[in-house]
Design a protein around this ligand. Sequence first.
Ligand code: NIG
Ligand code: FE
Length: 412
Amino acid sequence: MKLLLTNIKELLQVRDNPSEVLRGKDMSQLPSIKNAWLYIKNGAIVDYGSMEHKPTYEGFKNIDCTGRVVLPSWCDSHTHLVYAGNREQEFVDRIKGLSYQEIAAKGGGILNSAKKLQETSENELYLQSEKRLKEVMKLGTGAIEIKSGYGLTTEAELKMLRVAKKLKEHYPIAIKTTFLGAHAIPNEFKNHKKGYLDLICKEMLPKVAKEQLAEYIDIFCEEGYFSVEDTNRLLSEAANYNLIPKIHVNQFNAIGGVSAGVQHNALSVDHLEVVTKEDITALKGSNTIPVALPSCSYFLSIPYTPGRELIDAGLPLALATDYNPGSTPSGNMNFVVATACIKMKLTPEEAINAATINGAYAMGLSKTHGSITKGKQANVIITKKIPSYSYLPYAFGSNLIYKVIINGKEIR
Ligand code: NIG
Ligand code: FE
């Protein structure tokens, strides 16, 4: 399958270097070619250039992109896309005044989703999750990370990860999986958290590793969930199975999870609605990327990650959806990019970088995703006719996608 995109108004995120993460001021640069062409063959980006030097390929399908912007598809490095049912009732309860924490304390929240998931068959879970995956692909996501964490028993955690693995086998989108058994403390272990951590370390981890169901390890390091000590224990155990940390930290309280993550060479530390000076110091000079999840802040009405501050401190930043039934029932990366501009004061260039090349880094896909680079996977978004790329976050409520191409094929 050969595709030639011609007359592209502006081709964004064109980079010769296949793997890089952008930090600080570098995030304001979004290299592009105006009036461009892009050639795709067998699912890969072969070449690109200016229409002034027309390509001479043959036997391709042509897509005329007059008036359209073309950019790499979104890289969503943090989701909980595999889940069962919904939590609309909690949404209504919050409108009426209960807090996210109060709902969790009443047995709602993550435990509510875990109960639903445990009662759902693997096949039904697959069907529900597949629907969401198809939806986000149409919204321009071309690579995605999916976590477990709504199982909370060995059987249900494995079920979640098997569903994610099956999605990976059936869809062209790149999927990375993360084991998040330490997402909440199940009721049976309410007064015996150590017992649950023992179960994760002694039973779940070996099984996840044996079936090769995950590449990353995650933990919800937060007051009322798992402590820094728990985090240190789990990440040390997981290292024995070569699982790399990508962890939930500082959503409500800064308890030291960021520096713990950095010490364990975490690939990413995610959420960070609360950030301290110590956290910034810990991240400087490390290879750990902070990941902001602005749709979660929007939905829960909690502070936004101080993304501006992190970038101004010279750090890299990635943006992701956090798609999940409790705190972010949306997998729309366009909304994330817009919200990062509107609420976190990122420029369109910074937000697009954070949602493409830096998102790819945050899930270990820098070599193949996140930029228009020769040899990378042919994953692109072709926009509707728009005045410029800043129009994408500006017109935040509009679907401005004309076509999505993943692995060289048009998504329908
Ligand atoms: O990333 N904060 C922890 N976990 C999820 C939400 C969990 C839920 O409410 O179901 C998150 O926001
Ligand atoms: Fe999350």
